[in-house]
Design a protein around this ligand. Structure first.
Ligand code: MG
Length: 379
């Protein structure tokens, strides 16, 4: 494969290839124990890769060849009461749970089972000069995969038979066949491929890649007229002042602008289309309700809020002393941490309607993240 280090310890979607392979077995209800056969020099790599799972057995030191390593593992399994054994290549991280189930159920005394997929390419036999000597009939040909399943006693005896004879076999089924065992084929997906070449690693990464998140930003603006009163609601926080904001609800311009910004991220209209001012049921209500509703719509569309920002524009009251109380209220309403909630304020330099203290305005932006494709939003 090239590159640095053994391929079973290469990182694949945030964890070593071996961790994917081991977890497939640890997570399977028909598997009672999982043992890795490793190079003793790789102990540190193994420890970092092995899942912290109660089914994991201590690793066993392998031999100089695949065949010797498998035999070492089988001998170690005689120490525990193992019945059936599945022998797997660490570099096949995509073994499916159904394949494991089929294999466990397909094993009997004197009978093994292996997963395999049909050969789909046309097969050619080439001569020394790279000329085609013949086309090979492929109808009966299968590509053998792992895990390969047997009764422990059966495959252990078969391995012991050929150990030290100098005969080499490229898989355990071949050793079972040589011992006269029947080995059945269980048709499995070609997804269960062995990471062999660098391009296999690229394919494996692509198979596990999460779709890129989609981010959307919405904007909102609101203004309410100032009248005489005893205080104003801004961003869900009440400030005592000799004024009020005139409106159908509590006239909280901050929450109204932010509600519109959230609705904008899912193109769900504006606050007036969800809570018409003509509807008496919204008279005098707390604007918390509007913001919570917009948040619920965003969540049910499959998005999560990542950040909100509100700018209040007024000559009075002073916002600075109340800024953190407003942020805390927004955090509570939207279930966000403080670093995701911004409240800013400015005066209008005494010009225009805001400068003449006739009204207070607010602008807001909201950013949301869709984990995958946005779901269609019903209205
Ligand atoms: Mg409003």
């Amino acid at each position: 494969m090239g590159g640095d280090g053994p391929k079973q310890y290469r990182m694949l979607a945030g964890k070593p290839v071996l961790a994917h392979s081991l977890e497939a077995f640890c997570d399977h209800p028909l598997i009672s124990g999982v043992m890795a056969v490793i190079y003793p020099d790789d102990m540190a790599l193994y420890s970092a890769a092995a899942p912290d799972h109660g089914k994991m057995l201590p690793p066993v030191a392998g031999g100089d060849s695949r065949q010797e390593s498998v035999l070492a593992g089988l001998e170690a399994l005689t120490e525990i009461s193992a019945d059936k054994v599945l022998i797997h290549d660490a570099a096949r991280p995509f073994v499916a749970a159904e394949t494991i189930t089929d294999l466990v159920n397909g094993v009997a005394a004197g009978t093994g089972a292996i997963p395999a997929h049909r050969v789909t390419d046309t097969l050619k036999r080439g001569d020394d000069n790279l000329a085609i000597a013949e086309t090979v009939e492929r109808n009966e040909l299968w590509c053998a995969q792992t895990p390969q399943a047997f009764l422990l006693d059966d495959i252990l005896q078969a391995h012991r038979r050929v150990a030290g004879t100098g005969q080499t076999f490229t898989d355990d089924a071949a050793i079972a066949e040589a011992a006269g065992m029947r080995v059945n084929i269980i048709e499995a997906s070609a997804r269960n491929f062995k990471l062999t070449r660098q391009e296999d690693m690229v394919l494996a990464q692509a198979m596990l890649a999460q779709p890129a998140p989609e981010f959307r930003t919405g904007h909102g603006y609101d203004v309410h007229r100032i009248g005489p009163g005893d205080g104003v609601w801004l961003c869900g926080h009440f400030i005592v002042a000799p004024i009020c904001l005139i409106g159908h609800s509590d006239a909280d311009v901050g929450l109204h602008a932010l509600t519109d910004a959230l609705l904008a991220t899912i193109a769900a209209g504006d606050i007036g289309s969800h809570f018409p001012p003509s509807d008496p049921q919204w008279k005098g209500v707390s604007s918390d309700l509007f913001l919570r509703h917009a948040h619920e719509l965003v969540v049910s569309a499959g998005a999560a809020i990542t950040h909100v920002d509100v700018t209040l524009v007024c000559e009075a009251p002073k916002i600075g002393p109340h800024r953190d109380a407003m942020r805390e209220k927004l955090c509570e309403l939207l279930q966000l941490s403080m670093d995701r909630v911004s409240v800013k304020a400015t005066t209008n330099e005494t010009i225009g309607f805001i400068g003449r203290r006739e009204g207070i305005a607010a602008m807001a932006t909201a950013t949301v993240r869709f984990a995958g494709q946005p779901q269609e939003q019903q209205r």
